[in-house]
Design a protein around this ligand. Structure first.
Ligand SMILES: NC(=O)c1ccc[n+]([C@@H]2O[C@H](COP(=O)([O-])OP(=O)(O)OC[C@H]3O[C@@H](n4cnc5c(N)ncnc54)[C@H](OP(=O)(O)O)[C@@H]3O)[C@@H](O)[C@H]2O)c1
Length: 286
């Protein structure tokens, strides 16, 4: 069942499950973008709780990252939690982050989770529309910058590394009219292309899916690349959404950030035989 009704049914009928206790991530290193809050923080916590040796919280504001680090260490004192600065509006920041990642002795798991949901046209510091910049362009560039350390680790350890991109069910809901423009990206930077409500956010999440499929088709077997829908979760993502009734809708239908985290770590750790896949409710879907 597609559309809004199907979405509401799935939110009410499915309960995301935590990773099985027997999963042991000891020795492994993970990077989680947007790791200071919401689903990113929950994912980092849950990976740490399964013995992960090191997690790097990629965050825009280091002080927020330090607070998240303390939260993770309280529950998993043996995990080496590091806070690295990353701003997905800045190509310099992303390149510096990528160079720093090259210095790691290993990189096993990457969850690209940072994102925004803006319902008003906003230009980012890069000159591109903000949903497109942070959710798609930033995520795409980081996936390229982190591919080499992931591949090197896979070769050294003899087991594939994991790259997981956080998308959303709403990617089904956009018409993505800009695809017909001579230059799609340039069109998305024009305010009159922005559309109503969540449409641009939805398009940015469709771009996540198209990107991860394309990247997967061009990447060898060393890295398992999949996309995940965390489901609707009560997080600060929705803070600038003033749609009438949105608060009540989220109270009725949203999962907790921890449940969203269950979906992210499931996609990042399990499903070893799926590549370029869209994982929703912890299952591979079309
Ligand atoms: N929550 C949902 O219902 C839902 C549903 C489907 C998909 N998702 C996806 O799940 C992901 C995480 O969302 P969430 O619910 O956890 O939202 P959230 O609580 O608002 O977290 C978003 C994270 O992204 C970071 N971020 C925003 N702009 C950034 C930038 N320019 N550079 C670096 N980091 C930046 C934020 O940093 P600051 O704290 O500094 O702002 C924060 O850490 C997003 O990709 C979202 O699209 C969420």
């Amino acid at each position: 069942m597609g559309g809004l009704l199907g979405f509401m049914y799935r939110q009410l009928s499915f309960t995301p499950k935590p990773l099985p206790q027997e999963i042991n991530l000891s020795g492994k290193t993970a990077i989680v973008t947007g790791g200071n809050v919401g689903l990113g923080l929950e994912s980092a916590k849950q990976l740490a709780s399964r013995g992960l040796s090191r997690v790097i919280l990629a965050v825009r504001t280091p002080s927020k990252g330090e607070a998240a680090k303390q939260e993770i260490i309280r529950e998993s004192p043996s995990c080496d939690v590091q806070v690295w600065q990353l701003d997905q509006e800045s190509y310099d920041s992303m390149r510096a982050f990528g160079e720093r990642a090259q210095t790691l002795d290993r990189l096993d798991i990457v969850i690209l989770c940072a994102g925004v949901k803006l319902l008003e046209f906003t230009k980012s510091n890069s000159g591109h529309e903000m949903n497109v910049q942070v959710n798609h362009l930033g995520t795409a560039l980081l996936s390229l910058l982190l591919l080499d350390p992931l591949q090197q680790t896979a070769k050294k350890k003899g087991t594939p590394s994991r790259l997981t991109i956080v998308t959303s069910e709403v990617h089904f809901w956009t018409e993505f009219k800009e695809k017909n423009a001579p230059d799609t990206l340039a069109r998305m930077d024009e305010p009159d292309s922005f559309g109503q409500g969540m449409d641009r956010y939805n398009s940015s999440k469709l771009l996540n899916v198209l990107w991860l499929r394309e990247l997967n088709s061009k990447t060898g077997s060393d890295v398992i690349i999949n996309g995940v829908n965390p489901g609707l979760c009560a997080s600060s993502l929705h803070r600038s959404d003033t749609t009438p009734g949105i608060g009540t809708f989220n109270t009725v239908f949203a999962w907790t950030p921890a449940q969203g985290g269950h979906c992210l770590v499931d996609a990042a750790v399990r499903h070893p035989d799926n590549r370029g896949a869209y994982i929703s409710e912890q299952k591979v879907k079309q």
